[in-house]
Design a protein around this ligand. Structure first.
Ligand code: NAD
Ligand code: IPM
Ligand code: MN
Length: 353
């Protein structure tokens, strides 16, 4: 018997709705086995901030750190809410967890499952993974505003790229490509303009690639990558890129891979020093929150990535099989969040004897 300590942060809006379904699926897939989930729920996010003024109290962060993994919904309040003007839940909670728990590998698969309609007329066989750097780049908060409020206001947002940080994410991506049949890695940047960071990435990719002679490596500028992702997404296998480019490319990947409602991710701390965190790529979707309209599939597939990370590959695959079965028979009728959850639970293959 094994007990897994799971921290659950449902967050705001549809984050709460989709996390509930991911938890139901986890319970169903583990039922009858020898793995027990011991959950602790942390009520964090915009709603909590509005109620108490807290974003991520130290004592709660320390408590989260004692768990084996984190299941995260989404955070973010209603746009334009004046009470959130000086809050920054996204930075103060989500990015703080990614940074402090050194979740440098943000893994975002894009697979167009059979039966799922893409926004693209002829998507082809889409099955790639974006490995997005999770702790550096323009996300670090290195910047400021001078002469604020004047016509001479100056705002900077400096992208930080360390050889250490770039090397570990590039290596992670090569190792992933090595395990995949096509063994192809595309690194994406903007080396023609961002010459400093670009040169560091280029040097590191060159050095690491020498250790992986079986991997075919190519490079794309990020703007061109969006063209190829729309016109010929099946050409990609593993993509490695920085934090901001990866953010943008993975919403695009979500859209072409059957919709943002099924795009899953893991924020991995590969050393295991800290818990890794699993969350849909999408946000709190204030436009549909509270209406049971959100597709919980992204959250459920994120839970499957978590099961893999926790070395429960059989359970992960059972969840994915159930999702595939549900997706294949969806049709056009709109279904509510918990109806999709029910359908996926009903489609779970039985545990092998
Ligand atoms: P969003 O992803 O919340 O929504 C974009 C669009 O996609 C909306 O039309 C929404 O209805 C739709 N959508 C998203 N998830 C869906 C689902 N599961 N099923 C069906 N439709 C879905 O992005 P946004 O509107 O830019 O951001 C809203 C808030 O969420 C902001 O506060 C933002 O900062 C935050 N956000 C949080 C996270 C996170 O916590 N990981 C990620 C992205 C955005
Ligand atoms: C995501 C989100 C976050 C990001 C925001 C909410 C901080 O867009 O997970 O993709 O930019 O990483
Ligand atoms: Mn994003």
């Amino acid at each position: 018997a094994r007990t897994i300590k799971l921290a659950v942060i449902p967050g705001d809006g549809i984050g709460v709705e989709v996390t509930a379904q991911a938890n139901r699926v986890l319970d169903a897939v583990l039922a009858g086995g020898d793995v027990t989930l011991e959950r602790t729920e942390f009520k964090l996010g915009a709603e909590r901030f509005l109620a108490t003024g807290d974003t991520l109290p130290e004592i709660e962060q320390a408590a989260i750190a004692t768990h084996d993994a984190i299941l995260f919904g989404a955070v973010g309040g209603v746009p334009g809410d004046p009470r959130l003007k000086h809050a920054n839940i996204e930075r103060g909670l989500l990015l703080k967890l990614r940074f402090d728990f050194d979740q440098y590998a943000n893994v975002r698969p894009c697979t167009l499952f059979p039966g799922v309609a893409s926004t693209l007329a002829e998507p082809g066989d889409v099955d790639f993974v974006v490995v997005r750097e999770g702790t550096e780049g323009p996300y670090v908060g290195n910047g400021g505003r001078l002469r604020e409020g004047t016509p001479h206001e100056v705002a900077t947002e400096v992208s930080v790229n360390t050889a250490f940080g770039v090397e570990r994410i590039v290596r992670y991506a090569f190792e992933m490509a090595q395990k995949r049949p096509r063994k192809q890695l595309t690194w994406v940047h903007k080396t023609n303009v961002l010459v400093h960071a670009g040169a560091t990435w280029q040097r590191v990719v060159g050095a690491v690639s020498a250790e992986f002679p079986e991997i075919t490596v190519d490079y794309m500028h990020v703007d061109a990558a969006t063209i190829h992702m729309v016109q010929n997404p099946s050409r990609f296998d593993v993509i490695v890129t920085d934090n901001l480019f990866g953010d943008i490319l993975t919403d695009l990947a979500g859209a072409i891979g059957g919709g943002i409602g099924i795009a899953a991710s893991g924020n991995i701390n590969p050393t295991g020093e800290f818990p890794s965190m699993f969350e849909p790529v999408h946000g709190s979707a204030p436009d549909i929150a509270g209406q049971q309209k959100a597709d919980p599939t992204a959250a459920i597939l994120s839970a499957a990535i978590m099961l893999d990370h926790l070395e429960l590959p059989v359970e992960a695959e059972r969840v994915r099989a159930a999702v595939r079965a549900d997706l294949a028979t969806r049709g056009d009728a709109a279904r509510g969040t918990s109806v999709i959850g029910d359908s996926i639970i009903n489609a779970l293959p039985a545990r092998a004897a």
